[in-house]
Design a protein around this ligand. Structure first.
Ligand code: FE2
Length: 279
């Protein structure tokens, strides 16, 4: 699937952009399904606002219980001072996670095919295992920022193997909050680890290497249909979306089954929902 030049680029930079990986029909199918899921979502069930800056919120049972289910999470800025939604529910959801790829037939079709399996193998995942899927809305006006981090923080394996598959479902631009990366930054250390102990979670500092200065970050503007793959150690962030245009994306996180998946990772699969690969 990937040329030697593309593989070399991935090893050098820590990421690769594959334009035109998904068709307009593929994208339309998951976008429609995501809206149906949000439409059926009753916020009264209890919900969680997703923010990487407030780990207290993230500790709630709603978040931790989403590893084997499909749940909706609100944008942090979705509510006014009285706790009412500032805009329609469909424009207030930050993301849907985290087992769409295993539990929803539309997302399952999008997440598994021979082409994706070949890319994963070419990137070094000999026995890929997909632990997580997220539909990210990056809503117009209120789409929250995600500060510098490494995805390996959330998926510890020995040795590190987690690889991110990021699909642009709309054109991602600097204005609407595209990804920014530090090219080559995957050659540095893992800085922190997100650890689950029962119902408690914590962030452990592993290395004092500072996050990159924003001035070295490179924007990954990507047309709808593009697949961006990046290494679990690659520092990346996305800015808030203050534009009037949403920036929908879908992500998968896969590790290599030849490595040891930490029992302290927050996502642990129930026996009834065994982790599977791209085939
Ligand atoms: Fe990330």
């Amino acid at each position: 699937m990937l040329s030697d030049e593309q593989k070399a680029g991935y090893h050098r930079d820590g990421y690769i952009v594959l334009p035109g990986f998904k068709s307009a029909e593929d994208i339309a199918a998951v976008r429609e399904r995501a809206l149906q899921i949000v439409d059926a979502f009753d916020p009264g069930q209890g919900s969680s606002i997703f923010t990487t800056q407030n780990q207290t919120t993230a500790t709630d049972a709603y978040f931790l219980g989403s590893d084997n289910t499909i749940r909706c999470f609100f944008e942090e800025e979705a509510f006014d001072a009285q706790g009412r939604l500032k805009q329609d529910k469909s424009l207030s959801i930050n993301k849907i996670g985290h087992a769409l790829h295993d539990l929803d037939p539309v997302f399952e079709r999008f997440s598994r095919d021979a082409k994706l399996a070949a890319v994963a193998r070419d990137l070094g995942l000999a026995e890929a295992l997909i632990w997580q899927s997220m539909y990210i809305f990056k809503q117009p006006g209120i789409g929250g920022e995600v500060r510098w981090h490494q995805d390996a923080t959330f998926f510890e394996t020995t040795p590190i193997s987690v690889t991110t598959f990021w699909f642009a479902l709309e054109d991602a631009t600097i204005d609407n909050g595209c990804l920014w990366v530090e090219p080559g930054g995957h050659l540095g250390p893992l800085r922190e680890r997100f650890v689950r102990n029962g119902d408690a979670i914590s962030m452990e500092k592993l290395d004092s290497t500072p996050w990159p200065d924003d001035s070295v970050a490179v924007p990954l503007e990507a047309k709808a249909g593009s697949l961006v793959c990046f290494h679990g150690l690659l520092p990346h962030y996305s800015a808030p979306n203050r534009s009037p245009v949403s920036r929908h994306a879908y992500t998968l996180h896969a590790t290599d089954g030849r490595t040891v998946y930490s029992p302290r990772n927050w996502i642990q699969r129930d026996p009834a929902l065994p982790v599977r690969g791209f085939d």
